[in-house]
Design a protein around this ligand. Structure first.
Ligand code: PEP
Ligand code: MN
Length: 288
């Protein structure tokens, strides 16, 4: 075999952006959200409703995902909706509800920030900032969020290549924030039987090219409730460090993404299967 043929078959690239590239931290980054470590041996589960809607909806859903084994509660207070006439989220009131749900359940809280002007406020209420798919290349927002010391969940743009995704993460690190978790959430393809096409390739590709933790969102990745448990299992088998899943106490009443939201009982059952997959790949699911 020729000397350099050893590198054929791996994806390590020397021209990946310098702060996110794997070789910058070969041991891998562990992101710490209130003591919950993402990127280590333990798999971390984030779950909750797409949008914070009411005190009861959030509280009931939070209690059920806590009981099922989630460590973080994810709920949107500022929602990036395709139509300006759709429910846009409760804003600051939603953040206050998240804070109360955190106090009630002990779950740490993740919520999306869409605008540079919201960063300071959202950061005051949450344990982790989410930057959504549609804002993956909102460079002013990336810079502003990168200047905070909050852990950041950066979702992959639905039309972004892995190269573009890594450069977006580089923006965050370039501002001094090293606590960044990547999230594959499905990309646009010609396939229309699912909402997006969940790119499972992205998990090992990202794991080889960057030291940042990688989680998967099979809820948006499929858009179909009945497909979520299967793709959640596949994601863990493929090496994901965690999962983000939508759960609603009454999906049929959800103001956003009800058809991809799991019922609490389904979430609990799926968690049983995920524990077995985690064990099969030499890991375990973080328990609060
Ligand atoms: C969400 O997480 O609810 C969301 C809007 O996701 P995405 O940005 O991946 O579409
Ligand atoms: Mn959603």
């Amino acid at each position: 075999m020729e000397a350099d043929s050893c590198s054929i078959g791996t994806l390590i690239k020397t021209d990946d952006p310098e702060l996110v590239r794997r070789s910058a931290r070969p041991e891998g980054t562990i992101v710490d959200v209130n003591g919950i470590k993402i990127g280590g041996k333990e798999i971390v589960i984030m779950a909750g409703p797409c949008a914070v809607e009411t005190e009861e909806q959030l509280s009931e859903t939070a209690k059920s995902v806590r009981a099922g084994g989630a460590s973080l509660l994810r709920g949107g207070a500022f929602k990036p909706r395709t139509s300006p006439y759709s429910f846009q989220g409760l804003g600051k009131e939603g953040l206050e509800m998240l804070e109360r749900a955190r106090n009630e359940t002990g779950l740490s809280v993740v919520s999306e920030v869409m605008d540079t002007r919201q960063v300071e406020t959202v950061a005051r209420y949450v344990d982790m900032l989410q930057i959504g798919s549609r804002n993956m290349q909102n460079f002013p927002l990336l810079k502003e969020a990168g200047r905070t010391s909050k852990p950041i969940l950066l979702k992959r743009g639905m039309m972004a290549t892995i190269d573009e995704y890594l450069h977006a993460a580089e923006y965050l690190l370039s501002q001094g924030n090293t606590q960044v978790v990547l999230c594959e959430r499905g990309i646009r393809t010609f396939e229309s039987s699912t909402r997006y096409t969940l790119d499972l390739n992205a998990i090992p590709v990202l794991k080889q090219r960057t030291h940042l933790p990688v989680i998967v969102d099979p809820s948006h990745g499929t858009g179909v409730r009945s497909l979520v448990p299967t793709m959640a299992k596949a994601s863990l088998a493929a090496g994901a460090d965690g999962l983000l899943m939508e759960v609603h106490y009454r999906p049929e009443e959800a103001l956003c993404d009800g058809s991809q939201s799991l019922y609490p009982e389904e979430f609990g059952m799926m968690m049983g299967d995920l524990r077995k997959i985690a064990e099969a790949v030499g890991r375990s699911i973080h328990v609060l």
